[in-house]
Design a protein around this ligand. Structure first.
Ligand code: MLT
Length: 262
């Protein structure tokens, strides 16, 4: 039995039937970033899109949110739904959570989608920045994080004043400061996952926007080269949020990956 001590019951959206596919959002978002994929993929798959602890409508515990406890929350949700194994698709921090699941709960993972994410741990400098940002969130709220992230999330085609950018800003600024701090602390503590990835022989899809300003294309490409069964799909005219910036291309890449797994 998996160790699920300390897990919380996640809020989630569920649609469709068939192969279970869990869509895990990044930081500091919630499951609604996957709206287009939930609606499209549920014609053929059982799509489950949780709000990670602290985010969306899930409970907001105090303290650090390690990638492992967030993965355990998702496993507890799979247990609740009677699902033994699922395809885990993680965006950015959701990818870090998926890599933690590969370490801690490998029996619960059938295949992996990594969207705009990478396996490296933080540099010391990045760690310090994260811990400072956690403190600032607890003191001043989530707007600093929302403001600094909105500037780097999209390709050059998306204006900050556009409806798309504003909808994502709205999600970030309304995320609980406790969750911003908890996730920043958890990400600061996450280990390097390159060995975890290279040890697995599960089917993997890596999706990256050609204009992602958060994930380095060379790091993503190097990651794919070490994996025996991975495929890289680059999404044109997309930054760090390909699922909302180029929803059809992102859904198409996921569908092509998922169909043979049926
Ligand atoms: C995310 O989108 O989840 C974040 O950019 C991840 C990070 O801060 O490393």
């Amino acid at each position: 039995m998996a160790n699920l001590a300390g897990t919380v019951q996640l809020h989630y959206e569920e649609a469709g039937q068939g192969l279970p596919v869990v869509l895990i959002h990044g930081f500091p978002f919630n499951h609604t970033i996957w709206r287009a994929q939930i609606d499209a993929l549920s014609d053929s798959f059982h799509v489950i899109a949780p709000d990670l602890r602290g985010f969306g409508e899930s409970p907001v515990p105090e303290g650090g949110y390690t990638m492992e406890i967030m993965a355990a929350d998702v496993v507890a949700l799979l247990d609740q739904l009677g699902i033994e194994r699922a395809v885990w698709v993680g965006h950015s921090m959701g990818g870090y959570v998926t890599m933690a699941a590969l370490r801690e709960f490998p029996d619960r993972v059938m295949a992996v989608g990594l969207v705009a994410t990478h396996p490296l741990a933080d540099s010391q400098e990045r760690r310090v920045q994260r811990l400072e940002s956690a403190e600032r969130a607890l003191l001043n709220g989530s707007s600093d994080t929302a403001f600094s992230m909105i500037a780097v999330l999209f390709s050059s085609n998306v204006e900050g004043s556009s409806a798309l950018a504003q909808s994502i800003y709205h999600i970030m600024v309304n995320t609980s400061p406790t969750a911003v701090a908890g996730a920043q602390r958890g990400m600061a503590d996450r280990p390097d996952s390159r060995e975890t990835l290279s040890k697995t022989d599960l089917p993997m899809l890596v999706v990256l926007g050609t204009q992602d300003r958060i994930v380095d294309r060379d790091v993503a490409t190097a990651m794919v080269q070490t994996l025996s069964r991975a495929r890289l799909v680059m999404i044109e005219d997309a930054g760090h949020m390909p699922m909302v910036e180029q929803p059809e291309a992102t859904t198409g890449a996921l569908r092509t990956f998922l169909l043979p797994l049926h």
